[in-house]
Ligand binder design. Structure first.
Ligand code: C2E
Ligand code: MG
Ligand code: MG
Ligand code: MG
Length: 281
């Protein structure tokens, strides 16, 4: 009897696995259609320069405008896109679109684009980046590529050579979600980073946890000494902003500054508006 029950629960477990697998396969199939039909959108979140109080750049964040599910957030499809390598065409599309959109912004406003490890494994990242920039007629210095520590775990020499070539072209390189991965501090020295982005988990605990404050202070100082800029992610309160600016953090990003918005809205945020004419009566 006990044996039967076990078998039963095993079958139940199996059925659960099967449902998840099917859901994954379904999403993957839908992602292929999404790529063909162009169902993606790029939203832009502002990064504020704490020194000038102006918008220094926008981070490009992909969304999937699904015909039935509505606007799907990246947490729900980036992992599947990465496992299935569909992140390669999606990432390339985001890069091209971000460069085109950034063209409409003032010349001192940059654009940040996230890269997945899979995009490094292919040999054509530099060609694709150069092509995106030249098609959009965007200067390389206006693009910043964001990579997470997980990228550095792959073939280190290969990744370094690609980053160095991009950096030599004038493209900025940012270490994203700093503090959450496995990377050693020596990576900051041996890879050509221009910016460290402090993960929002440290910012969230900034006010209440002394150890988060210590980590944030140390990261900002390290970044300054290595000649890099520092962005704090996930800034949601004035109190967090005040602490970060006081510690010398050069840029902040988060809901306090602005949520990710569509390209047209982003453009309006950085385009000086001609004074509006009063509506004629
Ligand atoms: P990320 O690169 O760390 O991007 C920042 C994420 O934090 C965004 O989530 C943003 O909406 C969210 N965020 C910003 N400010 C706040 C805040 O004040 N509070 C909170 N709680 N969250 C905030 P999103 O857009 O859902 O993107 C999630 C992740 O998906 C990104 O994390 C990035 O790793 C990945 N991703 C997004 N777009 C792309 C893409 O085009 N390519 C690749 N490879 N990954 C992407
Ligand atoms: Mg990012
Ligand atoms: Mg980040
Ligand atoms: Mg993050």
């Amino acid at each position: 009897r006990a044996k039967e029950e076990n078998r039963g629960s095993f079958r139940f477990f199996e059925a659960g696995m099967d449902a998840r697998m099917q859901e994954r396969r379904q999403l993957e199939a839908e992602l292929r259609i999404a790529i063909e039909q162009g169902q993606f959108e790029v939203h832009y979140q502002p990064l504020l320069d704490t020194g000038t109080g102006r918008i220094a750049s926008f981070e490009a964040l992909v969304r999937w405008n699904h015909p039935l599910r509505g606007l799907v957030q990246p947490v729900e499809f980036i992992p599947i896109a990465e496992e299935s390598n569909l992140i390669i065409p999606i990432g390339e599309w985001v890069l091209r679109q971000a460069c085109r959109d950034a063209r409409d912004w003032p010349e001192d406003v940059k654009v940040g684009v996230n890269l997945s490890p899979a995009q490094f494994k292919r040999g054509d990242l530099i060609t694709v980046t150069l092509s995106a920039l030249s098609n959009a007629e965007l200067a390389p210095s206006r693009l910043e590529l964001e990579i997470t520590e997980s990228v550095l775990l792959h073939d280190e020499a290969w990744v370094r050579s690609i980053l160095e070539r991009l950096s030599a072209l004038g493209v900025g390189i940012a270490m994203d979600d700093f503090g959450t991965g496995y990377s050693s501090l020596s990576y900051l020295r041996t890879f050509p980073f221009d910016r460290i982005k402090i993960d929002r988990s440290f910012v969230a605990d900034l006010v209440k946890a002394g150890d988060s404050l210590a980590i944030v202070q140390a990261t900002i100082q390290l970044s300054q000494k290595l000649g890099m800029e520092t962005t704090a992610e996930g800034v949601e309160t004035q109190e967090q902003l005040a602490i970060l600016a006081g510690e010398g953090c050069t840029h902040v990003q988060g809901f306090l500054i602005g949520h990710p918005v569509r390209a047209e809205e982003a453009r309006q945020l950085v385009t000086p508006q001609a004074p509006r004419k009063r509506a004629a009566r």
